[in-house]
Design a protein around this ligand. Structure first.
Ligand code: NCD
Length: 344
């Protein structure tokens, strides 16, 4: 199937700002489109012309390895031109604001901004100020929609479903945009979600989002189908929110011994970057029950799908409209049209 031909898609949005506002149908539209793009990575020529002539700009105001490279490669596989902006080498150092920077870059003819920023809501604000599409690649502790979409994609691929699964998101929930986006996405697709960690990192108020809150990993261990282990976000915490890293690992780290007490078919995820030996032991991270590299591989297909749905779909439809218009005006300019005074 050619993804460009997918006309019954539930997706009509120009932007991807978060999973909170999406319906289950819209999430499934991304996952289904990603499925068809995943096949491209298996071809000898791993490129399609879907976004040829389109410009994707990575606006990264925060450090990133996976997400930035994954968006760049996804855009390149769709034949878009890709520009990379990093805060350190830009006029931000001279005091230029995000909106000024973006509007100036947009004036060069941009179709999609992929934005990572430390301020929650930055992508939503940007979308109000520019005409092109905006994709949120992480805004503070608010949302990281493509990470959650690729997590859903990886779970669905390995376990065959999302509905009815029990997913434990373990670690620094309070500071995690990955946790928030996962909570919205998983619940919309019918999973049961428990957030697990010390009370300082997993506040009771998370119950308001519809999830269960648990401060004892060993208690939920035997019931869980998917463990999503999150990094301790020292850069957002200021001070450490628990007595010591060793104690955190003892209580909430996923070791081989602990995983042996889980369901035999339970799988383990981590968005990266991993603190090996802290939230997850190396043998679990690299073991057969780990989805870590499948998450990264699927992330490429998911980001291709997101770029296509936000920018390419409208491009494809615009091209079809232009073709249809050209055909109509050619017909009206046929031999009879001139005699009737018809003109284009
Ligand atoms: C996450 C992020 O930046 O929010 N990483 C990622 O995008 N793969 C999680 C993290 O930094 O711990």
């Amino acid at each position: 199937m050619s993804p460009v031909r997918e006309e019954r898609s539930a997706w009509t949005r120009p932007h991807l700002l978060g999973l909170r506002e999406l319906s289950a149908e819209e999430i499934m539209a991304v996952l289904d489109t990603a499925d068809s793009f995943a096949e491209i990575s298996t071809r000898s020529i791993r490129k399609v012309p879907t976004l040829r002539g389109r410009v994707v700009v990575n606006l990264f105001y925060e450090a990133s390895t996976r997400t930035r490279l994954s968006f760049s490669l996804a855009a390149q596989r769709l034949s878009a031109d890709v520009l990379d902006f990093t805060k350190e080498s830009s006029s931000t150092a001279k005091g230029e604001t995000l909106i000024d920077t973006a509007r100036n870059i947009e004036a060069m003819g941009v179709d999609v901004f992929v934005l990572r920023h430390a301020a929650p809501g930055a992508a939503t604000v940007l979308a109000r100020h520019v005409k092109c599409s905006v994709v949120n690649a992480g805004d503070g502790a608010h949302e990281h929609p493509t990470q959650a979409l690729l997590d859903l994609f990886a779970i669905k691929k390995r376990l065959g479903r999302i509905k009815g699964l029990h997913v434990a998101i373990v670690g620094d929930i309070a500071h995690s945009r990955v946790a928030r986006s996962n909570i919205w996405g998983l619940q919309k697709l019918g999973a049961r979600v428990t957030v697990v960690g010390p009370p300082t990192l997993v506040p009771e108020r998370f119950r308001e989002l519809g999830v269960e809150v648990c401060h004892d990993l060993d208690k939920v261990l035997p019931e869980v189908d998917v463990f999503n282990m999150l990094r301790i976000q020292r850069e957002r915490q200021g001070t450490l929110n628990f007595p010591s890293t060793e104690e955190y690992t003892r209580l909430f780290g996923l070791s081989r011994e602990r995983l042996a007490r889980a369901k035999p078919e339970a799988v383990v995820m981590h968005p990266g970057p991993i603190n090996r030996g802290v939230e997850i032991s190396p043998d679990v991270a690299d073991g057969p029950r780990s989805l870590v590299l499948e998450q990264v591989a699927g992330g490429l297909a998911v980001r291709m799908a997101v770029l296509f749905l936000c920018a390419g779909r409208s491009a494809a439809l615009q091209a079809e409209e232009a073709q249809a218009q050209a055909a109509t005006s050619a017909a009206t300019q046929g031999p009879g049209a001139a005699a009737q005074g018809g003109s284009a």
